[in-house]
Design a protein around this ligand. Structure first.
Ligand code: ATP
Ligand code: MG
Length: 342
């Protein structure tokens, strides 16, 4: 695949660690689909990063199924493998190869500062493995293997992307100009909070509304969702700017009906609208909009052979770029002689 003039390259990944949720959708996947459908889309690769998922303990054998399920979800959200490259990370071994080389380039001090490591190490106290610590190095390799310059992600990944830029700079300084410095592309909802109102919505935290959630589950979860903590009684004025439910109205009510969002905002501030009704209305909008995604997801999940074929096509496209980068890298670092001197 060659890059046409002026076209940038996008790379992003998602872990097969469970059902994708509203945070993944609003922070990442929706941007991927919008970018793909733009009038002049960039060249984009999206990867199901299964080796990253090994950093947490999982039932042996489940990663393949999770990968196929996630592929179905991404297709259901509108990714079109004819227009982008969708592939499984472990199908392209150059990711781990470049990952090792970057481990010899990245600074321990930089990795020690990663807040996500501290978070996840806290969450998995009995399994703080080296992979969990070194994960951002492999992620830098994921991105730079394709010489991507744009990375559409949620803001929990911004610190990791700084490491990817640092790996590019350090590598280029030591071995010669090879890699671009990739920039994050943040959506309008770069960090959706979980329904418990405390941390970010995460597959591993169980505070999610997943894209495959049944309507009654969506309604039940929203019923107990945390809103504005200062609004204790029905007649207290609300503060929509700190309310997760209002953020979600912006995403699910806003696009078709911005005037309604403005009215919800005003009525929340004046206490004319209570949280119970506000949540019910939001649940209706989410159920309406996730319905078709859920149906398409189920249809794709019933076709595992087609999903495997799609991933294989994606592998071939990704492997071509990966192979070329690694050939260049091997010469740059000196484990191979330049082609014209062989
Ligand atoms: P895990 O808990 O296993 O890390 P996750 O929910 O964080 O899962 P990832 O696969 O790590 O999901 O992330 C996929 C993409 O979704 C990344 O670009 C990430 O920044 C984005 N993302 C994850 N959670 C949120 C969120 N709550 N709000 C916005 N974007 C998010
Ligand atoms: Mg994550």
């Amino acid at each position: 695949m060659t890059e046409s003039k002026g076209r940038q390259r996008i790379f992003s990944g998602i872990q097969p660690t469970g059902e994708p949720h509203l945070g993944n959708y609003l922070g990442a996947i929706r941007q991927w689909v919008q970018q793909q459908n733009a009038p002049a889309p960039h060249d984009a690769l999206y990867s199901i990063v299964d080796y990253h998922a090994l950093t947490i303990e999982m039932e042996p054998g489940s990663l393949d199924r999770f990968t196929l399920d996630l592929t179905a979800s991404l297709l259901a959200c509108g990714l079109d493998p004819e227009r982008i490259t969708l592939f499984r990370q472990s199908d392209v071994p150059e990711h781990t190869e470049l990952g090792w080389i970057f481990s010899c380039v990245a600074a321990m001090g930089d990795l020690h500062r990663m807040t996500q490591f501290k978070d996840k190490a806290d969450q998995n106290k009995d399994n703080v493995n080296v992979g969990l610590f070194a994960y951002p190095v492999l992620q830098s390799a994921d991105i730079l293997l394709y010489k991507a310059n744009l990375v559409p992600v949620g803001d929990d990944q911004v610190q990791h992307l700084e490491l990817a830029r640092e790996c590019a700079r350090r590598f280029n300084r030591r071995f010669g100009e090879t890699f671009p410095e990739p920039q994050p592309l943040l959506s309008t909802v770069p960090r959706l909070k979980g329904l418990d109102g405390s941390a970010k919505m995460s597959k591993s935290k169980g505070n999610t509304v997943s894209l495959s959630e049944a309507p009654e589950q969506i309604r039940a979860k929203l019923k107990v969702a945390v809103t504005d903590p200062a609004r204790l009684r029905r007649n207290d004025p609300g503060h929509p700017e700190v309310c997760n439910v209002f953020t979600l109205h912006g995403c699910f009510t806003g696009p078709a009906n911005p005037a309604r969002v403005a009215a919800i905002e005003a009525d929340c501030r004046s206490a004319a609208l209570g949280c119970v009704d506000c949540k019910k209305e939001l649940a209706d909008r989410i159920v309406e909009q996730l319905g078709p995604i859920r149906d398409r997801q189920a249809a794709w999940r019933a076709r595992p052979d087609d999903l495997r074929d799609l991933l294989e096509k994606g592998r071939r496209k990704a492997a071509e770029i990966a192979r070329a980068t690694m050939e260049e890298v091997r010469v740059r670092i000196g484990v191979r002689a330049p082609p014209n001197s062989r």
